[in-house]
Design a protein around this ligand. Sequence first.
Ligand code: TRH
Length: 379
Amino acid sequence: MKQRWDIFCNVVDNFGDIGVCWRLARQLTLEHGLAVRLWVDDLASFARIVPDADPVADRQQLRGVEVCHWRQPFAGAEPADVVIEAFACELPETYITAMAVVPQRPLWINLEYLSAENWVTGCHRLPSPHPRLPLVKHFFFPGFVTGTGGLLREQGLLSVRSAFDSVAQAEFWQRLGVPARRAGELRISLFCYGSAPLRDLFAAWAASAVPVFVLLPVPQGAAVDAVAGFFGAESPAAGAVLQSGQLTVRLIPFLEQSEYDKLLWACDINFVRGEDSFVRAQWAARPFVWHIYPQADNAHQVKLSAFLDLYTAGMPADMAVAVRALWHDWNGAGRIDHTWPTFAAHQVALAQHGEKWAEGLCRLGDLASNLVRFSRNQI
Ligand code: TRH
């Protein structure tokens, strides 16, 4: 009989929580032959990234995963063999009680947010006994270094990426209804929060020496409002084309996850955010810029610096300075229009660095396989 895994996902906001959980659920099903139930409290967000999902179904079978609506109060379910609470979401009290009384206690894992901070390796896989019940929760951290759980990466992802040649790319643009590249054009994907200094960056791109063609998947909430503000456009929707000087911004529909990967592979530079798109940009191995999810007390700035320390470690000094300056400016430190030209000048070398960086990450194994290996050692 297949081992049963439950993944509980509480959508805090945006698409990252469910994006990560859905990716993990599919991988555990497809690549590890497990019987996976994904409990989601916000099916509307889920349906954004999985367009064929039914946003009101209590239970549905999608790509081999049983997707269940996690309602309040929880209707009850027999605990699985392995239970993942994603991002420290709180499991239903009745479910925890049920876990404590089944003869074979489930393995309980809290899958944590991604961080490059040093303390992560010290906390990865740590057990935490329940204060009252005979249960132990284990912390599992994704990460970028040995001693963490690595990153989500589907089997064969990098070979599929390598096979994405100019013909496949041309087909992709056609499918999106986007014109083929013009010679000398810089093509950029843009996914960010509304707080990004879009005006300054757009001003730099509008005045650029080369044409800059930006693909902006919508909805992105406040970010699209900021884009509209720059062009003086009123509530632009997918399909809209906005222009200023050398800059063209094309709004495209929010893509299915695997199509979003292709967008990252097909662009020269990718602006990504949060957690999952940030990871996908690393597998795309193109120059990328991270808009980090803002946190109270500027905790995100510490995380940003921690990642930059790792990512820029193997770079020539001038390139590292350019990357650090641009990323900090994109996250609120200063004038990105001033740092953009130097960053853009490193485009080719950054792509080469991206390949090496991705190779290093591959050596950590992938998060889903690492979770399965951990579960085998525990059960
Ligand atoms: O949506 P996000 O801002 O999610 C964030 C982060 O996860 C953050 O850590 C968390 O605390 C917060 O939510 C609550 O960004 P992220 O993580 O990149 O997730 C976006 C998901 O949407 C990802 O799975 C990629 C996917 N996506 C598509 O499938 N199609 C698209 O067109 C785009 C732009 C994204």
